[in-house]
Design a protein around this ligand. Sequence first.
Ligand SMILES: Cc1cc2nc3c(=O)[nH]c(=O)nc-3n(C[C@H](O)[C@H](O)[C@H](O)COP(=O)(O)OP(=O)(O)OC[C@H]3O[C@@H](n4cnc5c(N)ncnc54)[C@H](O)[C@@H]3O)c2cc1C
Length: 414
Amino acid sequence: MKIAIIGAGISGLVNAYRFSTKHQVTVYEQTKQIGGLCSGFESDGKYIDKYNHFFSKFDKELIELLAELGISKKVSWKKSGQCLFINDQLQDLSNPFNLFSIKNLGLLDKIKTGKFLVENLFSRMNMELNDKNAEEWIIDQCGIAAFNLLFKPLLNFKTQQTEDISAMYLKARLKERKNNIIGILDGGMHTLLIALRDRLHKNKTHIWLNSKVKKIMRDDKNKWQVVLDTGSEEYDLVIACISLADASALFGGNPGFPVPEYLSVGSWVLDLNKPLNQKCWICLVDDQQGKRHVVVNTQPLDKDNRAYFTFYLRNQSLNQQIEQEMFNACCDALKKINPEFNQQWITQKTFHSDVNVEPVFTQRFVAKLYGAVESFNGLYLPDLVYMPQLLKTINTSIVKSLIIKQRIRKEFKI
Ligand SMILES: Cc1cc2nc3c(=O)[nH]c(=O)nc-3n(C[C@H](O)[C@H](O)[C@H](O)COP(=O)(O)OP(=O)(O)OC[C@H]3O[C@@H](n4cnc5c(N)ncnc54)[C@H](O)[C@@H]3O)c2cc1C
């Protein structure tokens, strides 16, 4: 079969890989490089991820893929920490027992929250949470003080507001790194991208870079026409490994599937000439406008003193002013983490941003996603596949590629 893959992010590359041995696969990527959000940049001959990526021991399908590609030895497992600034104090929340050291939370609330965390970190996803609102769920289980102090920052950080967010999404976020052991790849995500690219080349799959797909349409032979500025090509199947917002544009904005609101992301990568802190590798901080940012300190994980400072925006595009404000907020945050920090510590800084990065998992969108059809006469949209683990991670992309492969096998008997 002749298969077109739109997008050479991790999802596009893995979907292409699944079909490349037996079918004629072509990948179209609008930018000049593969990898999408997992891509990076070169500095002094070394490759650096533009966003910091890690995974967990629960990311079974990713671990299997790394083995299949022969790069398991490139993985190191490290103990990590999670911190939150509470009343300007760095609070280590790596395990539920640390709740007892939080000053502004009553004993009963600490016990309720500890019980809630233990129950929810290790229990299965419960479909009833689809109909629940995250804020109401937490207030009911842990009390309003715990919600405001601990959970609201976690929700606010990505979604910018908490009122309409699904309880299912919050549970997925809590479960994300329940054992604080994280996997990192030597050479970053580039190592995985290169291994996938080499397999695709070996299987004679062509990856067209700088090739934005403008439109897709069904032709009178019941095939799909993939339209680019340079012309169009006919395919039996199309797998569009792009956000639902980008996919919607391929149908002139009238797609026939749910399109949620998306978050954009901005991130500073800072190389420092001194270690920031040995303990904290990820934490949430507020800037002076009360916006939340995540700081990932990779120093305890890597030889380099590198800090990633990331923030998400809802309904807003990035501009130079925001970029500068973010840099100032970044310096304030680093000073909070290590009071000795000053800008002379920074030896190199780069800024990266992307739009349509992750859907906002409102209750309304989750309900629509749960009932959505993800294939339309040979057009497949991995981002429409519903999984209780709602987060958009590398592992979810891999799981979705397996689900798509099964669907295609069933529908086309291949
Ligand atoms: C700051 C940050 C930190 C993260 N950290 C982690 C982490 O630690 N662990 C983890 O598992 N996940 C993490 N993620 C999530 C992870 O990066 C994503 O889930 C994953 O990379 C998504 O892959 P994708 O292929 O679905 O999408 P993308 O990477 O967005 O790829 C889509 C590709 O399609 C291309 N495209 C779009 N439209 C068109 C078109 N019309 N024609 C041709 N090409 C098109 C785009 O250019 C892009 O290359 C993080 C994400 C961010 C932003």
